[in-house]
Design a protein around this ligand. Structure first.
Ligand SMILES: CC(C)(COP(=O)(O)OP(=O)(O)OC[C@H]1O[C@@H](n2cnc3c(N)ncnc32)[C@H](O)[C@@H]1OP(=O)(O)O)[C@@H](O)C(=O)NCCC(=O)NCCS
Length: 150
């Protein structure tokens, strides 16, 4: 598979790919940033239903990813994670740029689309730097969420 971009970041040649990681890699990445690891069945279905997914690799090792779910009008960015030893090297922001660029390319001329996301605590500033606005603001109320456990 051909990389969409290769950059020298933090002393490593990091290559970015338009691809969905396998479920084991996805679970490893989630565990690396201390996030809950969902059951395999749910993870496989969710990854398959991504609209778009970007993976960053250092040689053959997957070191980061981010993905988008959505319907062409409303999109949500999820699973943005960079392995701890690779954080602070512009990998996360490169992934966000690519996700946003993809959504922009998918949006017809004259349309309006919006990208939502829920920041992990303390990561809001990262997204603000990528051009996201904290809610509520003058145009939108608070974000709300319901979590279902089965
Ligand atoms: C949050 C995360 C994705 C950022 O990725 P990263 O590759 O470390 O970030 P980058 O190096 O691309 O940072 C880009 C910019 O955001 C800033 N930034 C990074 N994390 C930040 C934070 N928590 N608060 C404020 N600014 C932050 C950087 O300083 C940098 O600023 P600059 O452009 O002025 O130099 C990554 O640290 C991570 O995976 N954390 C654990 C999982 C997580 O919380 N993911 C977010 C889920 S919502």
């Amino acid at each position: 598979m051909k990389a969409i971009l290769t950059s020298s970041l933090g002393g490593h040649d990091i290559s970015f790919f338009d691809m969905i990681p396998d479920v084991e890699t996805y679970h490893e990445l989630r565990a690396s940033v201390d996030w809950v690891v969902f059951c395999r069945e749910q993870s496989e279905k969710a990854l398959k239903n991504s609209c778009y997914c970007v993976v960053a690799k250092d040689e053959d090792d997957v070191v980061a990813m981010g993905r988008v779910v959505g319907d062409g009008m409303y999109y949500t960015i999820v699973d943005v994670m960079v392995r701890p030893q690779y954080q602070g090297q512009k990998i996360g922001s490169t992934i966000i740029n690519r996700l946003v660029e993809h959504i922009n390319n998918e949006t017809p001329k004259g349309a309006r689309t919006s990208i939502q996301l829920i920041s992990a605590p303390g990561k809001e500033g990262f997204y603000v730097k990528q051009g996201f606005k904290i809610l509520p603001n003058e145009n939108a109320g608070s974000a709300l969420r319901k979590v279902i456990y089965t």
